[in-house]
Design a protein around this ligand. Structure first.
Ligand code: OTU
Length: 643
């Protein structure tokens, strides 16, 4: 390959061979500029994926047509946003960006009612809203919407495309970024492509992984991880009517798309651009680790999965550059890091920090959290973590066993302990968690539950024990406080801002009862909101404390574009980090992950350049002499006192 010259020639050939959509002179110029800038890289990736196919050029031609049409279909407002975002590519790193993840129906009822919740978001300081999948999906069990039957149709129970567009518009006017799910590893078995495949259409059978021979299935199963082992063993489903096996990493009704077929890449790009043109600011790349498969491998995070995502990203750079990618790789920390790059995903969930905050709460020790984040927290300055404490899924105990070993922790045993601790099988645990996908063979298990319940508030309020209630409220504050101050976009999960407990209603619904993740997908009621505004209720205090910290954060540029250095505290229960911005601004955060009093010498403040500090969280200005003292689960945001 001759690099740029070959791709330039290919671009010219493609452009000459297609009819371009009608564009204004200015738009045409911009499209050509972007193609010139990004096509060489796109061509390189597309060639690496599909170059050996006899029909490569035809697919390439189709792809360029899809991109040009996507560009033409993008409205003026969004095109203006594209130009603004190209000028301010790091907008998401601002200290004022705060996210929330919500289910349209559980949070508001439907799309039109969600629009009425804009003041709620604004009041809380939320300006990034991730809407859980809202597309047409099978009746009954649809994996919470993660089985998409039509990317272009809003689930009629939630509203219409028109309402979604109008919501996107209203969000935009209120300064709220909209993030939608891009569920591109699989479709539901009711998607038109799946239906055609099922009826014997070979062209569409090639959209998925269909196998006649059980030996293929066995070969792949031998090296692939089972994701939902309590649903079905292995990663395949036998289709009685077609007499073939189909690849289903998750539920049997979620068919994995076959990205070794360029027609799939093109078709999905078309769907992606449709979502982009609805007016969203970000796409959450669901289950992105699984999109490329090769026999003899685990079929997760393979090099070509990255090539594919880079190619999708380039397609966006050409047609809708305002739209960001958020990586949902809930995998080994080293693999999580591989997706984080301006050219791949600008945003990424931070499952390592999420899991290890819970680990520290259980053990009261911070050595694994400190050692792991020292290794893995730093990422490219063009990108950002999306930090979270809870989400709609389970907590998986993801951490690097080698790092754990270095601090004297055996990964396997420790995970068993954590599962026991959070699912009520460990005497003395404060948590009300529920096991998810226990695998009897490997002993693997994950945990579900709401923030407040996992922190012990549900149990404490049941027992009425005042001291336990206090401790639970403090645990919630501690986790929220780290999440808001460590650097990155904090993402609140619906209901956790209100201190909601587990919701056991799902046990009465036959479509949900087998999926314990529903325990942390509560419907939010007016009553819940009212309780959270009642200061005499512990949930009211949770809400107030969170709100106060959010307010404070908004005025701390050091929590925006700046670096995080994880510090060694040499104190088993304390966790500390310092935020440093280029202009010398600094913030030191120290957190006590135990219910016992702790102290640390004031010398830790030397990272701030002075020991004359104040805790800006509670306005405590008293100078610390020899030691800084911490009560149960205390956290301090320390700044040098300005004279
Ligand atoms: C995602 O999560 C979604 O967040 C889940 O809600 C979906 O069920 C799933 O994809 C399928 O669409 O298995 O338990 O290792 O753990 O991508 C959560 C990555 C999941 C997977 C993660 C997946």
């Amino acid at each position: 390959m001759q690099g740029t010259t070959t791709s330039q020639r290919a671009l010219k050939q493609v452009i000459d061979s297609i009819t371009l959509p009608k564009l204004t002179k200015k738009d045409e110029k911009e499209l050509h500029r972007r193609l010139e800038q990004h096509f060489p890289a796109l061509f390189e990736r597309y060639y690496a994926l599909y170059g050996s196919r006899y029909d490569f050029f035809l697919h390439l031609q189709k792809l360029v047509r899809v991109l040009c049409e996507g560009f033409a279909a993008r409205n003026r407002k969004l095109k203006n946003k594209d130009s603004i975002r190209l000028e301010t590519p790091n907008w998401f790193r601002s200290e004022s960006v705060l996210g929330m993840a919500v289910y349209v129906d559980l949070f508001a009822g439907d799309l039109s009612k969600l629009k009425e919740k804009i003041p709620y978001f604004v009041q809380l300081g939320v300006n990034y809203v991730h809407l859980m999948p809202l597309y047409l999906a099978p009746e009954g069990n649809s994996d919470g919407g993660y089985a998409v039957s039509d990317y272009r149709k809003v689930d009629p129970k939630l509203g219409t495309e028109k309402q979604l567009k109008s919501l996107a518009n209203a969000f935009n006017e209120a300064g709220i970024a909209l993030v939608l799910d891009f569920v591109f590893n699989h479709t539901s078995d009711e998607h038109l492509w799946a239906q055609k495949a099922r009826s014997g259409d070979e062209q569409y059978q090639e959209f998925y992984y269909f196998f006649d021979d059980k030996r293929d299935v066995d070969d792949y199963n031998a090296t692939c991880r089972e994701i939902f082992p309590s649903v079905r063993r292995g990663s395949f489903t036998w289709l009685e009517d077609v007499e073939k096996w189909v690849w289903t990493t998750f539920n049997s009704f979620q068919w994995d798309l076959n990205y070794s077929n360029p027609a799939v890449f093109n078709a999905i790009t078309d769907e992606m651009l449709f979502l982009a043109n609805l007016g969203c600011d970000g796409l959450r790349l669901d289950a992105l680790a699984f999109i490329w498969k090769e026999k003899g491998t685990q079929c997760e995070s393979l090099p070509k999965a990255h090539t594919l995502i880079q190619a999708f990203n380039l397609c966006l750079q050409i047609t809708a550059p305002a739209v960001l990618f958020k990586s949902e790789a809930i995998v080994h920390p080293d693999e999580v890091a591989q997706y984080i790059d301006k050219e791949e995903c600008q945003l990424s969930y931070n499952p390592l920090m999420m899991a290890l905050m819970w680990e520290s709460l259980a053990t009261r020790e911070t050595k694994l959290l400190t050692a792991s984040l020292k290794k893995s927290f730093a990422i490219s300055p063009d990108c950002s973590w999306v930090n979270y404490i809870r989400c709609h899924d389970d907590i998986g105990w993801t951490f690097d066993d080698a790092v754990a070993n270095q601090v004297g922790i055996k990964g396997h045993d420790h995970r068993q302990f954590l599962n026991q601790f959070y699912t009520g099988q460990f005497a003395g645990s404060f948590a009300n968690g529920v096991p998810f996908q226990a695998n009897p063979e490997t002993g693997d298990c994950r945990v579900c539950g709401s923030l407040a319940s996992l922190c012990g508030l549900e149990a404490a309020m049941q027992s009425g024990h005042q001291q336990d209630i206090e401790l639970a409220v403090k645990r919630v504050r501690l986790l929220n406080s780290v999440n808001l101050s460590i650097g990155g976009v904090p993402l609140i999960y619906q209901g956790d801002e209100l201190g909601l407990f587990n919701d056991y209603q799902y046990l009465n619904d036959p479509h949900k009862m087998d999926d314990t993740r529903w325990v942390n997908r509560p419907a939010i009621s007016e009553k819940d909101v009212a309780i959270a505004h009642d200061q005499s209720d512990p949930r009211g205090r949770i809400h107030q404390q969170l709100t106060d910290m959010i307010r404070l954060r908004q005025f701390l540029p050091v929590l925006g574009v700046a670096e995080t250095e994880i510090l060694e505290t040499y104190r088993p229960h304390l966790f500390a980090y310092v935020r440093k911005s280029a202009n010398g601004d600094r913030l030191l955060v120290i957190a006590n992950f135990s219910e016992h009093r702790q102290t640390i010498p004031t010398s830790i403040c030397d990272v701030l350049g002075s020991r004359e500090v104040e805790d800006i969280l509670n306005g405590e200005r008293k100078p610390y002499h020899q030691n800084i003292m911490f009560d149960a689960y205390d956290i301090k945001w320390l700044k040098v006192i300005e004279h």
